[in-house]
Design a protein around this ligand. Sequence first.
Ligand SMILES: [Zn+2]
Length: 215
Amino acid sequence: MSSPENIETDVAIPEENLEFVSSCALPMPWATFQLHAFVDHVSGKEHLALALGDVGNGEPVLARVHSECLTGDALFSQRCDCGAQLEAALRRIAKEKRGVVFYLRQEGRGIGLLNKVRAYHLQDGGADTVEANLQLGFPADMRRYTMVVPMADHLGIKGLRLMTNNPRKVNALVENGIEVLERVPLVENRNPFNLRYLRTKATKLGHLLPSHDND
Ligand SMILES: [Zn+2]
């Protein structure tokens, strides 16, 4: 992994240049969160953090690192479990009255919205979620989490209790210098449309979904 000292020499993987832009109150059905907006001047991507309570007091923070899924988060798609996971994370944070959701703009495990629709088209023809990405010439998972570091720093967050089923995400965050003190499982919205997707995530991407072993 590159350190801050060698950003200039690391031409293979451009680093983010993340800047905090502004914040506002965001009333949601479960609580009024504080929405913090950031922009990455390298990619042009806008990233968000939804924070509730005093997240900068040094205590571990209940957190979700959520990659954008327009179809699941906003359009109620049942092909994946993203929307249900996002809502469950926000509900849990509201219940604890403290926590943060990092909302990262990397649609379709990083391949973008249009390529995700292409991948879904291949899945309609029989490919699974990993095979579809590979057939399109992409890795199975292109997401990165380096931008979480300056976002967490900005909010004064010292360590996370991370809501995820994905050990790779935990490892990626830890490799980037984020302290993850606990993994909190988040199993939501199994339905007939996403059973195969969830099973593929478990078998090919290492997600921990023990309740799927019997399927
Ligand atoms: Zn999704």
